[in-house]
Design a protein around this ligand. Structure first.
Ligand code: HEC
Length: 177
């Protein structure tokens, strides 16, 4: 994100066995998970969207993408994300975590995404930070993308045999009051 964002609280969560089992595994400034109900509401909101996006992307990929020359589900997702941002809802980016990222735009950009990339590549499923900008709070959350189907390897040959997160969705969501 832009300059001037103050990193308020840094925490990393590992999700064991899906979205239900959130466990705090590391925290730079806070010993306990954030109990703030506004943060929790925002976190739930992101998890719901994350489920919608990932389900849609996998469905598009499985149903419509048959040849390497077909438009990718990633391009469809990016068009959808651009519309959400343009309409003023929130910001979500598709990022790549391998050293062969197809579009330079998809590389981890700022400090948050670079830290998230390391954590998710290291085996965690979710990484989050709460930030403040111009008096408003934002929850930033990155959620891992593994190689979910054989179809992925058709276009991303270097994903073959990779059992970890090869990508992530990076959300910047205004905290829900
Ligand atoms: C038809 C070819 C094709 C298939 C199949 C495909 N992708 Fe992609 N993928 C692309 C292209 C092209 C881009 C770059 C699109 C862009 O950024 O505009 C991309 C971008 C990505 C990115 C963003 C960062 C990077 O590594 O470039 C990720 C993550 C990703 N794909 C994961 C997947 C996964 C997981 C699957 C399987 C469910 C998959 N892709 C299937 C073509 C494909």
């Amino acid at each position: 994100m832009t300059k001037g964002i103050k990193r308020k609280i840094v925490m990393a969560v590992a999700m064991v066995g899906g979205l239900a089992g959130v466990t705090l595994v590391a925290s730079a400034e806070n010993a306990a998970p954030i109990k703030d109900p506004e943060i929790e509401r925002t976190r739930q909101h992101i998890k719901m969207l994350d489920d919608v996006f990932k389900t849609a992307v996998v469905l598009i990929d499985e149903t419509y993408v048959k040849h390497p020359s077909d438009p990718s589900a990633a391009s469809a997702a990016k068009a959808l994300f651009a519309a959400m941002k343009k309409n003023g809802w929130y910001d979500v980016r598709l990022i790549g975590l391998t050293d062969k990222v197809g579009d330079p735009d998809d590389e981890p950009k700022d400090a948050f995404e670079k830290t998230a990339a390391k954590r998710l590549r290291g085996g965690e499923q979710v990484y989050e930070e709460v930030m403040e900008k111009d008096g408003k709070r934002y929850l930033r959350m990155a959620t891992g993308i593994p190689v979910v189907s054989e179809n992925c390897v058709m276009c991303h040959a270097h994903f073959k045999g990779d059992k970890g997160n090869i990508g992530a969705l990076s959300y910047t969501m205004p905290v829900v009051k």
